[in-house]
Design a protein around this ligand. Sequence first.
Ligand SMILES: C[S@@+](CC[C@H](N)C(=O)[O-])C[C@H]1O[C@@H](n2cnc3c(N)ncnc32)[C@H](O)[C@@H]1O
Length: 293
Amino acid sequence: MAQHHQGVSFPISHAGEGLFPPSAGKKRLAETSFRPREQQAKGWDSLWQSGENDLWDRGRPSPALIELLESRTNLLPAALKGRRSRALVPVRAASRKGCGRGYDVVMLALHGFEAIGLEVSAKGAETAREYAARELKSPQAYNFQDQSAGPAANPGSVTIIEGDFFAREWQDALVRDGVESFDLIYDYTFLCALLPEMRQDWCRRIRNLIAPTGSLVCLEFPMYKDLRAAGPPWGLRGVHWNLLAEGKDGIIHEAAEVKGLADGPFERILYNKPARSYDAGRGEDMISVWRPR
Ligand SMILES: C[S@@+](CC[C@H](N)C(=O)[O-])C[C@H]1O[C@@H](n2cnc3c(N)ncnc32)[C@H](O)[C@@H]1O
């Protein structure tokens, strides 16, 4: 199997807490996070344009998601009659400088999904399209845990859309093409990159996009980070539960004990520590699977 780097983390804006020494790029990401909400998209795009997108690159598709796809098929949407399952990955479009990637979108297609990646930056979307074209032609071993499972004999498709997750235009265009909703939505490092005040809208938007029988899969990161520390990435321990299970605003300063019944918009059907995940999670990443209520 080819060697792939991993462990490249987000910059962290608090002294002493980052995995890397301070750099201009990290400062720029911190600046992006403190922009007002309406200027966030522009801030991300400027990081892509200046080649600083490698700050959040993990170098390969998610080992935790691959494990889930290959071993917990009972928790995931089955292929529906007459069509493939559809997956949406908000902004899993990462790149190393000079060599673009869209890791999980392609990996999902290689596992049979009609996979759609959504990215607000034109440069980010273009980079992901280039990676997808190359990778689908000649998939690397890192797309599969069970090597006998791949490359898939009958892969699905990849579509990379340039659009703002919170805007309706791209969704309306998909609806016109007959795509009403998604059977699987995957989030890794999207929620933690948003301003905390945007979390409730993230939840509402996902509820609006997911099929009634669909699954939301979250690789929860960073779980090691103090909830009061600034991001991105913003610490998320307990945030998914607060937002999705309890239907609250996701702005918490202490992770409340997760217990009992909740009546928020999603029901959690799996919560565990994946056997394999990125080094950046420091062994604390959690994978959760949610069904709309
Ligand atoms: C921290 S990166 C994480 C990317 C990806 N999840 C990964 O693991 O590589 C955040 C990404 O979200 C994109 N982004 C930020 N806000 C967005 C929005 N409202 N809609 C779509 N993409 C957005 C940025 O351009 C950037 O590529």
